[in-house]
Design a protein around this ligand. Sequence first.
Ligand SMILES: [Zn+2]
Ligand SMILES: [Zn+2]
Length: 342
Amino acid sequence: MKALVKQHAEPGLWLMDVPEPDTGPGDVLIKVLRTGICGTDLHIRSWDGWARQAVSTPRVLGHEFVGEVAAVGADVQDIAVGDIVSGEGHLVCGKCRNCLAGRRHLCRSTIGLGVGRDGAFAEYVALPAANVWVHRTKVDLDIAAIFDPFGNAVHTALSFPLVGEDVLITGAGPIGIMAAAVARHAGARNVVITDVSEPRLDLARKAGATLALNVSEHDIAEAQRRLELREGFDIGLEMSGRPEAMRDMVDNMTHGGRIAMLGLPAQEFAIDWSKIVTSMITVKGIYGREMFETWYAMTVLLEGGLDLSPVITGSYDYQDFDAAFDEAANARSGKIILNWGA
Ligand SMILES: [Zn+2]
Ligand SMILES: [Zn+2]
């Protein structure tokens, strides 16, 4: 089968013929229909410091996908050939304290699809049945392809109650934009999102942000004045991993404010911890999705009319992966889809 492979420990990706994945009695074999390109995949293509320590070659990339079940193992129940499915890309150990307690997203031995094992940028991908999410109601295939990052957005946005609250999102990448849509849909009063890319701020406006602010020209305090906030933001969603964004966020939170942090900083950085203490701020780290509470929430949010279509800005045949990756890597784009045959 065709697959996008990190074949050599150097920058680049290779479209190659590889064997179909092996499946055991508890596994599901999935014919891939569409995939989403993630920042993780861009890191692996460019072979930066993180990728060098996280990935061993050769490795089939990709963790964001939708596909059709092609075969199920003898022990698999409730999943049938022909089902339309996406996959939870974090494979957990099932044995650690958190797994045993049902908190699988907190597993300390998580293996990432397309990072620590062969992924979904291929004609077929295999997953344990426990990682397969069956779309039991009709869903747009492009949206189904990005359930993994949509789940990051939902998990982050719904970390704290936000009905009637004023929400600040720093970083208008695809996940920040989806989080803005989720926060509005879920009942936030104001959703302010910041970035330095005007095209991405435009996407965030289309997705429902109350105010999309270019922080190279305006500061967040100005957004507070424009919206007539008097005491700061109640909820912060940090989506950029950038030190200055986190500092700005802390400076603009209300006392007792709560911050969910998904953006992954490239290195350690200083913040003024005295402000965290005296403003009595809670900071919560987010990694991945809750299995499968987040997945349930995603499905019912879409059934309830949540519109994510503004976040998808490009679609390519898998043979044109280089152009697709280049577009995904520029700061103007939303989510880019690769088509594998449907
Ligand atoms: Zn991803
Ligand atoms: Zn575990």
